[in-house]
Design a protein around this ligand. Structure first.
Ligand code: ADP
Length: 311
C-alpha cells in the first residue's frame, strides 16, 4: 500500500458508560476507498465525526499526512478540514441560493477568493451533471441532483480526502449509479474516500478495503473479495416460501456446512451445493436461489441476523 494520507490510531469514544468506538485503527492511501460497514449503532457516524473534528476522541489519534508533515486533530483541525470534503445522507444545501451560489458561499468558508471559486464552478457543475442548473433553485432539483450538488460542494476546496456518510441513501437506482460513476472518477484522479454505507453492492463496487464494525469494534478488514473468500463458504442456497424455515431443522441441514434463518428464508452455506439442490428437488413448492456468497452474507454472519433495537 502507498504511504497513507490519513490515519486513525486506537481511536475510542465513550458516551457515559458505553464505548461506542473501541480502539479503532485504519489507514487510507491516496486513490483508495475505505468502507466502514456495520449495523445501526455500530459507531460509523461517530468515527466519521471524530475524523472531522466534530466529536472529540476520548483516546487515540486522527492524523492527516500533509505535504509539509503530519497534522493532528484537534490541534490542526482547521488545516485538516481544508484538505477534507464531506457529503452526508442529509442534504444541507442552502435553499435560498441557486446551485452556483451554494458553491460560491461554501468556497468562501475555506477562505478562497470569489475569483478562484467562480473559476471552479463550471467544472464542478459539469462534474455533477448539473451544467444547465447553475441558476436553478435547490427546490427545483431532484434528490439525485441535490446529492450530486453536495458532492460538487464538497470538492470546492479541492480536497484530498472525501468523507461520505451514506452518500446514496434515499436515491433511486439510476441516481445511485451516476453517483458511483462520479466517485470512481474521483478515485482515479487520486482522491481518497472514507465511505460509510448500508448498501453492500455499493461497498463491493467502490471500496478497495472494508472494515466491518460492530459495537464500535473492528470485526475484520480486507478487500471485499478477500473478506468473502476468507470468511465464507463459496456457495449459498437460499430457500424461501411456505414451510422453508422448517428445513433448517431437517436432514438437509447435514448437506451444508452452515445454516442460517432470517425471517422466512433459510440460507445454506456450502462448498458443494449439488447434493443439497438434489434434496431440495423434493420440495417443489419452495423457491430456491443458488448463488455465490457475497458481502451481504458476510455482514449477516459477522453482525447477526437479528434486527437491532435501534435499527
Ligand atoms: P452508526 O453510524 O454506525 O449507526 P453511531 O456512530 O451513530 O452509529 O452511534 C454509535 C452509538 O453511539 C449508538 O449506540 C448511539 O446511540 C450512540 N451515540 C451516538 N451519538 C451519541 C451522543 N451524542 N450521545 C450519546 N450517545 C450517542
Amino acid at each position: 500500500m502507498k504511504a497513507p494520507i490519513f490515519s486513525v490510531r486506537e481511536l475510542s469514544k465513550r458516551y457515559g458508560s458505553a464505548t461506542v468506538v473501541d480502539r479503532l485503527s485504519f489507514d487510507i492511501a491516496p486513490g483508495q476507498c475505505l468502507g466502514l460497514i456495520g449495523p445501526n449503532g455500530a459507531g460509523k457516524t461517530t468515527t466519521v465525526r471524530m475524523c472531522l473534528g466534530l466529536a472529540s476522541a476520548d483516546e487515540g489519534e486522527v492524523l492527516f499526512h500533509g505535504a509539509s508533515g503530519v497534522l493532528k486533530m484537534p490541534a490542526d483541525s482547521m488545516a485538516i478540514k481544508a484538505r477534507l470534503g464531506i457529503v452526508s445522507q442529509f442534504d444541507s444545501l442552502d435553499p435560498d441560493f441557486s446551485c452556483a451560489e451554494n458553491l460560491l458561499v461554501f468556497g468562501r468558508y475555506f477562505g478562497l477568493s470569489d475569483a478562484v471559486i467562480k473559476e471552479r464552478i463550471p467544472r464542478l457543475l459539469e462534474f455533477a451533471a448539473l451544467a444547465n442548473k447553475a441558476q436553478a433553485r435547490i427546490s427545483e432539483l431532484s434528490g439525485g441532483m441535490k446529492r450530486r450538488l453536495s458532492l460538487a460542494r464538497a470538492l470546492v476546496n479541492d480536497p484530498d480526502l472525501l468523507l461520505l456518510d451514506e452518500p446514496t441513501t434515499g436515491l433511486d437506482p439510476q441516481a445511485r449509479h451516476l453517483m458511483w460513476e462520479r466517485l470512481q472518477q474521483l478515485l482515479q484522479q487520486g482522491k481518497s474516500i472514507l465511505l460509510t454505507t448500508h448498501f453492500m453492492d455499493e461497498a463491493e463496487r467502490l471500496c478497495d478495503s472494508l472494515i466491518v464494525l460492530d459495537h464500535g469494534r473492528k470485526m475484520c478488514e480486507g478487500s471485499p473479495r478477500e473478506l468473502v473468500a476468507g470468511q465464507l463458504e463459496p456457495d449459498v442456497v437460499e430457500v424461501y416460501g411456505h414451510g422453508a424455515v422448517a428445513l433448517a431443522g431437517s436432514a438437509l441441514r447435514a448437506l451444508a456446512e452452515r445454516t442460517e434463518v432470517s425471517g422466512e428464508t433459510v440460507f445454506f452455506y456450502t462448498h458443494n451445493a449439488g447434493p443439497l439442490l438434489q434434496g431440495l428437488g423434493a420440495h417443489k413448492q419452495l423457491r430456491t436461489l443458488h448463488r455465490p456468497a457475497n458481502l451481504e452474507d458476510l455482514f449477516l454472519k459477522l453482525t447477526g441476523r437479528q434486527i437491532r433495537e435501534d435499527a
